[in-house]
Design a protein around this ligand. Sequence first.
Ligand SMILES: [Zn+2]
Ligand SMILES: [Zn+2]
Length: 370
Amino acid sequence: MSKPIQAAIQRQVGKALTIERATLAAPQPHEAVVRIEACGICHMDLDGPSLCALPAVFGHEGVGVVEAIGSEARIKVGDRVILGYGSCGTCPSCAQAHPYYCDQSWDVTFGGRRLDGSPTLWDNSDTPLHAAFFQQSSFATHAIVPDHCLVPMPRDVPAEVGASITCGVMTGTGAVLNVLDVKPGETILIVGAGAVGLGAVMAAHRAGAGEILVTDVRDDRLMLAQELGATAVFNPRAGAMDKWVMAQTGRGVGKLLETSGNATAFESAIASLRTGGHMAYAILPSPMDKYELKPMALFEKAARFEALSFGNSVPQDLYPKILDWWRAGEFPVERLIATFSFADINLAMERARNGDVIKAVLMMEYADAA
Ligand SMILES: [Zn+2]
Ligand SMILES: [Zn+2]
């Protein structure tokens, strides 16, 4: 049976979202309806209108409680869950537990419907909305999610902490641990100190990296990076990043994570590598920037360039680990969080876009909440 909900709808590019009454589809056999407790805001939500048709409902960092399930769902009503990113669950990569290499990743993330083409959400005049964003669209009181994308979340973890470790922080953490494989004593350069970059700083610090170099154009973020484990920081407004890196290391870095999505930083990052270096690229390139990737720049250095999806992370593996580290005080993700009520979604989006907050998290409120 379909369900009336409230959803934040983006109807026009550059315009405010409006919280409206909408109708959620009934769950299919392997789906769950999740009552959303909190949802983080990520740059993909801000860039949503350049990736998807409108009107749309974004939001892909949700946590909540399972309220209804399909007939064959592998989850129970009442379970508390973090909503992982979308994957088809059936392609060869998904079958090998590599959902970040899902053959249908783009469709499942930005296609606006289920993979079978059916809509999951309608507005108040019964017009289908572009939804199922990352197979969730959790800028809403409720979301419909495939059961294989759900990760159990302990009751004692605050909702905003669960929401904050999803897309961005997971990506940075996964890039450091799964891809760059930072070992004790090693040096890493992290370009950009947003949620992805600071997740990477915490992961590198926890992994025992010797030198953690961090660059960002905002000094407040560099200060926070230092508090989270960065050993040296640099604002590229003061000069060329690659020259600073060479001065710090003498030969360039062997491990580098680019999280700025900025064309100038991208070129400077390649110039910061040592011969044989490994550069992981973890964020949507700015749609406004012109990139000029010259193969020679990589070839001269016999460098490895690797574009990542979600930091090559498997939410079912990584979320429980991050929450354990958080509980032990080794991963203070709360330092990144600013909470907003769902009603203030436009303020939260604006502050995220300006960079005034690192991880804005919307808190849903319910009249019947215990
Ligand atoms: Zn797949
Ligand atoms: Zn995201």
